[in-house]
Design a protein around this ligand. Structure first.
Ligand code: GLA
Length: 395
C-alpha cells in the first residue's frame, strides 16, 4: 500500500475513507514509475506492416505527421511505436544494438528527435530472449538488459515493448524484472510494456513489474480473434488501475475483415476495458470512417477515465453481453454487446449497472451522440456484432 506509516496516525474518519479508496485502486506493489496513469494511446506498425520494407523511417515520420494533421494527437494519441525488425542482426563491436541502415538510415535518435519535435513520444521493441521473434535473428536483450536500456534511453526512447521469444526458459518474472530495473537505472521515464502473451499469468505479478502486460496471444484482424481477446482479457479486471493495465493486444480497427460495425465494437470494448489504444492500421491509407472511429473522443474519454477502473460483465447470455465501468465523478459507461448473428434487444438497469438510486438517468449514446432519459431501464436494439455504448449519469 502506498500510504506510508508516518501518515497513518494523522488519518481521521475522513482520512480512513480516503485510505480505503486508495487501497481499492492501487495494489500494494504496483510499479511506481509515474507513467501510464491512463492507458497508453498511440500507434504501432506491427498489425499493418509486419516486417515488410515499408516499415521504415519515412513511414514512421508520416505517422507522426498524421497524428498532428488528423487531430489524433489532439484526441490523446501520443506514442509512435516501432515493432520488430527495426535493428541490424548484429550488435556493434561494443555490444550495442544498431538500427537497420536500410530502414532507419539516420538512426533512432534522429527519429526520436523528429517525433519529439511534434510533441509526441517514441516507442521501441525488443525481446526478453536471445533474439526477437522474427526468424532473421535480430538480437534480444536477455543478458544485455542494462546495455540495451541505456541505448534506448540515449536515443530518447519513451516506451519499450518487451517480447517473449527465444527466452531460453529463463523464469519470466526474473527476465521482466531485470528489464524493469535496467530501465529504472537509466533515469529516463520509459513506459514498460510486457509482452509474454499471458503465458505466465502476468495478472498475478506484472502490476509490480510493468505498466501494461499482454493477457493474450496475438490478435488478428477478424471478428472471432478480436472477440476472443476481449473475453480473455475481461476476467482480469481487478488488477487494472492507474499505471498498470491489462493489454488485450493492439487495435485492428481498420484492418482485415472487420466491418465498420465490428470496428466500433472492437474500439468500444477496448475503451470499456481500460485497454491501451495502440492504433494498428496504416494511417497513411486509413479511411475517413476508420479515422472517425479512432477519433471518437467520447469513447476515448471512457478509456482514459482517471479512476482507471476496468469494466466488468453485468450479464451474459446467448451472446448478449452487458458491461459496466465505473467512471470518475459517478457516471457509468454501459456497453451493450450483441455477439449473435441477428439484431437483438440487449437490456439491463441502472441499478444493475451500479448507478445509485435516482428519479431519472441521462443516457448519452457515445456513437450516435443522441441523449435521452430513463427512469432505470437501459435497453437498445443492437445489430449483430454491434454495440450500443452509453454514458449514464444519475440525475
Ligand atoms: C510477437 C508479439 C507481436 C509482435 C511480434 C513481432 O508475436 O506478440 O505483437 O511484436 O512478436 O515479431
Amino acid at each position: 500500500m502506498r500510504i506510508s506509516g508516518k501518515f497513518v496516525p494523522l488519518l481521521g474518519a475522513a482520512g480512513l475513507t480516503v485510505a480505503a479508496a486508495l487501497l481499492t485502486v492501487t495494489p500494494a506493489s504496483a510499479l511506481d514509475n509515474g507513467l501510464a496513469l491512463t492507458p497508453p494511446m498511440g500507434f504501432n506498425n506491427w498489425n499493418s506492416t509486419r516486417c515488410k520494407a515499408d516499415f521504415n523511417e519515412s513511414m514512421v515520420k508520416s505517422i507522426a505527421d498524421i497524428f498532428v494533421s488528423s487531430g489524433l494527437q489532439a484526441a490523446g494519441y501520443r506514442y509512435v511505436n516501432l515493432d520488430d525488425c527495426w535493428a541490424e542482426t548484429k550488435r556493434d563491436s561494443g555490444g550495442h544494438l544498431v538500427p537497420s541502415h536500410v530502414r532507419f538510415p539516420h538512426g533512432i535518435k534522429a527519429l526520436a528527435d523528429y517525433v519529439h519535435g511534434k510533441g509526441l513520444k517514441l516507442g521501441i521493441y525488443t525481446s526478453a530472449g536471445t533474439h526477437t521473434c522474427n526468424k532473421a535473428g535480430f538480437p534480444g536483450a536477455l543478458g544485455h538488459e542494462q546495455t540495451d536500456a541505456n541505448t534506448f534511453a540515449s536515443w530518447g526512447v519513451d516506451y519499450l515493448k518487451y517480447d517473449n521469444c527465444n527466452n531460453q526458459n529463463v523464469d519470466a518474472v526474473k527476465r521482466y524484472t531485470a528489464m524493469r530495473d535496467a530501465l529504472k537505472k537509466t533515469g529516463r521515464p520509459i513506459v514498460y510494456s510486457i509482452c509474454e502473451w499471458g503465458k505466465n499469468k502476468p495478472w498475478n505479478w506484472a502490476p509490480n513489474v510493468g505498466n501494461l502486460w499482454r493477457t493474450t496471444g496475438d490478435i488478428s484482424a477478424n471478428w472471432s480473434s478480436m472477440i476472443s481477446k476481449a473475453h480473455s482479457n475481461e476476467s482480469h479486471a481487478k488488477v487494472a488501475g492507474p499505471g498498470h493495465w491489462n493489454d488485450p493486444d493492439m487495435l485492428e480497427v481498420g484492418n482485415g475483415s472487420l466491418s465498420t460495425t465490428e470496428n466500433r465494437t472492437h474500439f468500444s470494448l477496448w475503451a470499456e476495458m481500460a485497454a491501451p489504444l495502440l492504433i494498428g492500421t496504416d494511417l497513411r491509407k486509413a479511411s475517413a470512417t476508420t479515422l472517425g472511429i479512432l477519433g471518437n473522443t467520447d469513447v476515448i474519454a471512457v478509456d482514459q477515465d482517471s479512476l482507471g477502473r476496468q469494466g466488468t460483465i453485468v450479464s451474459s447470455s446467448g451472446g448478449l453481453v452487458v458491461y459496466t465501468r465505473q467512471l470518475a465523478g459517478g457516471d457509468r459507461a454501459v456497453l451493450l454487446l450483441n455477439e449473435s448473428g441477428a439484431t437483438a434487444t440487449v437490456s439491463t438497469t441502472a441499478a444493475k449497472a451500479g448507478l445509485p438510486g435516482a428519479a431519472s438517468y441521462s443516457l448519452k449514446d457515445l456513437w450516435s451522440k443522441a441523449t435521452r432519459t430513463t427512469t432505470g431501464s437501459i435497453s437498445a436494439a443492437v445489430p449483430s456484432h454491434g454495440v450500443v455504448f452509453y454514458r449514464v449519469s444519475a440525475n
